[in-house]
Design a binder for this molecule. Structure first.
Ligand code: 13P
Length: 288
């Protein structure tokens, strides 16, 4: 199947009371692991690409070329979107040009008037090309590519204002944080989420910082309109742990010496296991 925008899969998810996972990619192994797991579980999937990861992989054209090649050669038939994660205004235009099927404009740090002006322009230009667009209101806490936010709760009226600009899905800060949650984390603000959903109606809502949120909170968030959940750190942790174990057991030194394909195999499997677990939790298995 060709790349698709994320609009239809997320509208279906919201109506069907499940969520589609956005799993961030960093290299070929992660991309292949996520795509194969989506196919094996008949689940739609969104591949998240941060600007830093895009640069690391060689550029946005490399990412699009690699993903399109995998869709073809691995016979991936489930719906797949390539989505810019936390894009700058300029980054969004680079991804539109390179062939991404979805973008996120993170204008949450701009004054609201500027966020509105930039989002309006991007909505028009993305939609002209059939590309879906996510906006963010209320900075998500933690660190993402060097940007540190404080985990705010979004203002529901501001969410309504940005939703009315025609974005396809909306990330609203509800006390969520990127990376590991601190021991004194107060949990998600379901009061905020409920108020945001009341103001924005059928619009699919996005939960960032999917790593480390307890399963019962994930399920409650889905019941209150979350239709896309972003996971990055958990894949990083499982990949690192599996690779470390392999090296500590000395397995990288066996046989005919150093083989990068063997070295990366346990991490590849660990990402597959993590993604499968999340797809089951989010309820997207069998929904392609
Ligand atoms: P985690 O790294 O906490 O899973 O968050 C990912 C994310 O929200 C990407 O936008």
């Amino acid at each position: 199947m060709a790349l698709v925008s994320a609009t239809e899969m997320l509208q279906k998810a919201k109506a069907g009371h499940y969520a589609v996972g956005q799993f961030n990619i960093n290299n070929l192994e992660w991309t292949k692991a996520i795509l194969l797991t989506a196919q094996e579980n008949n689940s739609p999937v969104i591949l998240g690409v941060s600007e830093g990861a895009g640069k690391y992989m060689g550029g946005y054209h490399v990412v699009v070329g690699m993903v399109k090649g995998m869709l073809q050669d691995l016979n991936i038939t489930v719906p797949v979107a390539i989505h810019l994660d936390h894009g700058t205004f300029e980054g969004c235009y680079k991804c539109i040009e390179a062939g991404f099927s979805s973008i996120m404009f993170d204008g949450s740090h701009y004054p609201i008037e500027e966020n509105v002006a930039k989002t309006t322009q991007l909505v028009k230009d993305a939609h002209e090309k059939g590309i879906s667009i996510e906006a963010e209101v209320g900075a998500i806490g933690g660190e993402e590519d060097g940007v540190v936010g404080m985990g705010e709760c979004a203002d529901p009226d501001e969410c309504k204002m940005i939703a009315d600009l025609g974005v396809d899905f909306l990330a609203a800060g509800i006390g969520n944080i990127h990376g590991k949650y601190p021991a004194n984390w107060k949990g998600l603000s379901f009061e905020t989420l409920d108020a945001v959903q009341r103001k924005t109606g059928d619009l699919p809502l996005v939960l960032h910082g999917g790593t480390g949120i307890p399963a019962d909170m994930i399920k409650k968030a889905i019941s209150l309109g979350v239709a896309k959940i972003n996971v990055n750190t958990e894949c990083q942790l499982s990949f690192a742990a599996a690779t470390r174990k392999y090296i500590e057991e000395g397995k990288d030194q066996q046989g005919k010496g150093f083989d990068p394909r063997k070295l990366l195999a346990p991490g590849f499997q660990a990402i597959k296991d993590t993604v499968k677990e999340k797809m089951e939790l989010f309820g997207s298995v069998g929904k392609a």
